[in-house]
Design a protein around this ligand. Sequence first.
Ligand code: AMP
Length: 507
Amino acid sequence: MTRLADVVRTSAQVGATASRLAKSAALAERLRSLAPDEIEIAIPYLSGDIRQGKLALGYRKLPSPKAAAAATLTLREVDSVFEQLKITKGRGSASQRAELIDALFGKATAEEQNFLVRLIVGELRQGALEGVMLEALASASGVPAALIRRAAMIGGGIAPAAHAALTQGQAGLERFAIRPMRPILPMLAQPAATTRAALEALGEAAFEWKLDGARVQVHKAGDEVRVFTRTLNEVTAAVPEVVAAAREAASASLILDGEAIVLRPDGRPHPFQTTMRRLGRKADDASLRDTLPVSVFFFDCLYNGESLVDRPLRDRRRVLEEVIPAKTSRWVVTADPGTAESFYQDALHHGHEGVMAKALDAPYEAGRRGSGWLKIKRAHTLDLVVIAAEWGHGRRKGWLSNLHLGARDPAGGFIMLGKTFKGMTDEILEWQTRELQARAASRDEWVVRVRPELVVEIEFSDIQKSPQYPAGLALRLARLKRYRSDKRAEDADTIETVRRIHEQGLA
Ligand code: AMP
C-alpha cells in the first residue's frame, strides 16, 4: 500500500533535479510501485493536482496542528478525505469540513503537511511535467509514449490512460479508440496578429470564417445522433436543427466538428449570448426554434467509418465536402497575402469575428492548442487568467473590480500583463466578487490574490513594452470581453504567444 510519504519523496526528487532523465526515472519508479486503484490518485498528486478537482479551501482554512512523528498516511486515506470534503456541502458543512481537514493534517508529518497545503491550494500544479510524466509512464508500462498521449487526449486526461497502460499494457488502450458516441476533446487554436503573420507561420493555408457561436461535436451512428459542446456536455435536445443536418449527411457513421450559431434573417450573426441561450435549453422549444433558429457550419470530420484524426486537414476536409457539402464552413486555400486578407475582410464585412488559418498538413490535435490552427480576430483578444483583484471605490465600493491579468508561463505559474476594470456590468461585478473571494489565497487592504482558475477573454488595443511588468510587456487599453467558463487555466494563452504577437506587431 503506497503511503503519502512515498509520493512526497518522489515529488521532492523531481523538484530537486533539472535533468529530464532523472525526473522521469524518479516518476517511473514510483509508478511501478502503485497498486491499480492508487494510479488515478497518485498521478494527479505527482503533477500537483487532485482528482477531486477543487476543494474550495484557501490557505486561511488550512490548519497547522502539531506534526505527526511517523509517516503513516496512505494515499487511499488522503483520497477518501478529499472525497468527503468534496461532497460535504450546504448548511452546517463548514464545521464538518474543518473537522475532516484537522484530522487529516493531525496525522501528517511536517513534510506531508507542507505537501498537502501546496497540493490543496494548487501551488504544486505543473503543466510542464506532462511530457516527463508520459515518458515515465512509457518506461513503467512498456507502452510507447505516443500511444499513451493519444489515449490521454481522447480519454480526457492522463490518469485514465495511465491506469489502462499500467494495468493492461497496450491492449488496455483500445478502449480509447475514436468511435462515434465517445466525445473527444476538441482541437483549439492559438491567436495570430494578422492574416500575413498566419501565412508566414503556416505557408499555404486554409482560411475559414470564424463564427462566434458555440462549438459542437456531432456524433452519428445510424439513426442515433448526439451533440456535445466544447466541454463535452450533451446538448442534443436543444439543437434539433443540428441533429437534422447530421441525419442528412451521406454517411452512417460520423464525428463532425463545427460551430452552431443563431443567424438573423439577413445572415448576420446574433450576439454570442443568443446562441448560448438556445444551447442552454434543456429541451426543444418550438417557438424559440422559430424565432432564433440555429445554423450549423462544419469545419472538420474526425471519423467516417474509421478515425481520420491522424490524416492531414486537406484529406479530412475532402471527406467533409463529400458527406455534408451544404453545411460546411466557408473556406479558401491560399498562399497569397492579398487573397487571405480580402477573405478576412469579407468575414468581418458579414459581421463575423474573423478567420481561422489552418495548416493543410496538420492532424487533428484533440485537446490541444495545436500550432496548426491560428485565429485572427477583428478585436484582438487573449484568454488570460485572473491572478488577483483590487477592491473598487466610489460606485464600485465593496466589489472586486480591477482584475490583475496573467498569461500562462509554460514553465509553471502566470505572468502579469496588466489590469482592467473595464467592460463589467453590475451583474459581472457581483458574480466575480463572489467567485474571486471563494478563491482567495491571500489578501491585504487593497488586493485579494486568488488561485489562478478563472479565465477571462480580454480585448486590447496593443501590446507595449513596459518595464513595470515582469515580462517587460503590458496590454494597452485592456477590457473584459467575457468570462470563459468553458476554458480552464491550462487553456489560457501563454506568455510566448503574447511575445510573438508583440514581435509581429498588430495591424
Ligand atoms: P476561441 O474560442 O476564441 O479560442 O476560438 C476558437 C473557437 O472558435 C472554436 O472553439 C470554435 O468554437 C470557434 N470557431 C468558429 N469558426 C471556426 C472554424 N472555422 N474553425 C475552428 N473553430 C471555429
